[in-house]
Design a protein around this ligand. Structure first.
Ligand code: HPA
Length: 275
């Protein structure tokens, strides 16, 4: 057996021991400043990454390092409160270890969230955006020997972000009076924010949102057959020119995400209850 599969199985066994053997139906990844959704999870069991065999410790600003297993919207869920970013220096196998561990636990759907900069000039800080597709400037996390036990060598990415889940999000948001946008997320490694020339380039090739996460997780989730729903919270508008100073700073991003977290949390709960 491939060592990577063994690692995911050992991690999944450890989580099962802590939770009394639940099978979480839905996985959730909570981005920068969005960790408060975890407060809404009932009968929550908190499992720090640092105790899980094979897991790294998340170091990014605004990120805690826990799995939270419990119930949300009447469903068994497992949430990652804090994720692993490529810019932290982890290899892709560790960036995506949480997703594959969820898959081994039996999780079939993945809700990913992130804080993102807007490359679409119509977007405003605090907007919630359904991710309808992505453009990747990351090394592909599936490079290397294929894990045939998890999925195929050449996974299809035409509907990486589940169209039905996007429709469900729009229907739930309409009922709740929450405004949503829909856009393309462009993921690059960071940790630098984009130069104005890069912002113009990303916009030209079709990006609405700019971020440093999500894409590797979504690729791995699709590889192992999970349905994926992605949502960005716009925390800043990207700079198209060199005139205005760059207002990006990690603390500001976390503060803006916090303000929108409540709406996103309610939406995720409603969607999950409707699954
Ligand atoms: N660029 C990249 N990643 C980000 C940004 C941004 O402007 N804002 C929050 N994450």
């Amino acid at each position: 057996m491939d060592n990577r599969i063994r690692t995911y199985q050992i991690a999944a066994d450890y989580i099962r021991q802590q939770t009394g053997g639940h099978t979480p139906e839905v996985g959730i990844v909570l981005g920068s400043g969005l960790g408060r959704l975890a407060d809404r999870i009932e009968d929550a069991v908190v499992i720090p990454y640092k105790g899980i065999p094979g897991f790294p410790v998340s170091t990014a600003v605004g990120h805690k390092g826990n799995f939270i297993v419990g119930r949300l919207g009447g469903k068994e869920v497992i949430a990652m409160q804090g994720r692993f970013h490529y810019y932290e220096g982890y290899p892709m196998d560790l960036v995506t270890i949480g997703i594959r561990t969820m898959s081994v636990l039996g999780t079939k759907s993945l809700f990913v969230s992130n804080a993102a900069g807007a490359a679409n000039p119509d977007y405003r800080v605090g907007d919630l955006v359904i991710i309808r597709d992505h453009i990747s400037f990351f090394p592909n996390p599936l490079i290397g020997p294929n894990l045939d036990e998890m999925g195929p060598r050449f996974p299809d990415m035409t509907c990486a972000y589940d169209p039905e889940l996007q429709d469900l999000a729009e229907a739930c948001a309409a009922q709740m009076g929450i405004g949503l946008r829909k856009g393309v997320y462009c993921g690059s490694t960071g940790p630098t924010y984009e130069t104005p020339a890069e912002v113009r380039f990303y916009r030209t090739v079709g990006a609405d949102l700019l971020g440093m996460s999500t894409v590797p997780e979504v690729i791995v989730a699709r590889h192992c057959g999970m349905r994926v729903f992605g949502m960005s919270v716009v925390t800043n508008c990207a700079n198209f020119d060199n005139v205005t100073g760059n207002a990006n700073d990690g603390d500001d991003v976390v503060k803006q995400a916090d303000a929108a977290a409540e709406r996103m949390t309610s939406l995720f709960a409603k969607m999950i209850s409707a699954l």
